[in-house]
Unconditional design. Structure first.
Length: 257
């Protein structure tokens, strides 16, 4: 088809020359000769490409297709990467965000099961103490290890208690006061026992309140150092200063002996 096109072009040139037979056609003949040579050269190049099996239109189409495919793959990889990052972030958030509420929550590790059963607050303390009250935390402690454990020391490993306001936080210390109250005498006696492997104890512990104008947050964690640092809590609950004042009033008759 390309050869037929070239012959047609030469035929047209011949007709033009015939029409110009009465005039000077020397320049026109030279131009036609150049055109003819250019057409022959182009024709030879097309033949060479055909012999090597190269299809110009197909090559361009293939290149465009690969480019589009590459763009699509890049977009897909970017989207997949974004989704994975989002899922990882959400998963991490789920793992580190503690459960809201500690009552009846059970924490378990390879050593113990701890369930907080109740929380209360009392205001009346021994007159020689410069404190404003006690946080009372009732719990069940089950020993699932192969060795006996001390009740009152073990429970402190998994509780972290703080006083807080909008600007500050202060960790509260263990209050060894329960033995002074007849209402907590039984719970205190149980807290001084050792729990055998497979054994379970229901008891209570306490923390000193320093400033009764602040809220108190109680956290539960599974790490044995949780009671020192309060990191990675599994459950937590905040009791407001108003709630604590209400408990003080309800327990006003509880006094140390």
């Amino acid at each position: 088809m390309k050869k037929m096109g070239c012959l047609g072009l030469l035929l047209v040139c011949g007709i033009v020359l015939s029409g110009c037979s009465n005039g000077d056609t020397t320049k026109l003949e030279k131009q036609i000769d150049k055109i003819s040579k250019s057409v022959d050269a182009l024709h030879e190049r097309v033949d060479e490409l055909s012999e090597t099996g190269v299809d110009i239109s197909a090559t361009k189409s293939s290149s465009d297709s690969k480019t589009e495919s590459s763009k699509t793959d890049d977009k897909k990889e970017t989207k997949d990467s974004t989704e994975e990052t989002k899922e990882s972030s959400e998963s991490s958030k789920k793992k580190t965000e503690p459960k809201k509420g500690i009552k009846d929550y059970t924490m378990e590790n390879e050593k113990v099961k701890v369930t907080v059963t109740d929380v209360d607050f009392i205001e009346n303390l021994s007159s020689n103490l410069d404190k404003e009250g006690l946080v009372i935390i009732y719990y069940t402690l089950e020993n699932i290890s192969s060795e006996k454990i001390a009740t009152n020391l073990t429970i402190l490993d998994y509780l972290y208690v703080t006083e807080e306001d909008e600007n500050t936080e202060n960790q509260l210390s263990w209050g060894n006061e329960l033995y002074r109250y007849k209402e907590f005498k039984e719970a205190y006696n149980k807290s001084t026992t050792d729990v055998k492997p497979g054994g379970k104890v229901e008891s209570a512990t306490s923390y000193y309140i320093i400033d009764n104008s602040k809220d108190i947050r109680i956290q539960v964690g599974a790490d044995e150092r949780f009671g020192m640092y309060g990191e990675n809590a599994e459950a937590e609950e905040t009791f407001t200063a108003k709630e604590i004042a209400k408990a003080f009033k309800a327990n006003s008759k509880i006094e140390p002996k």
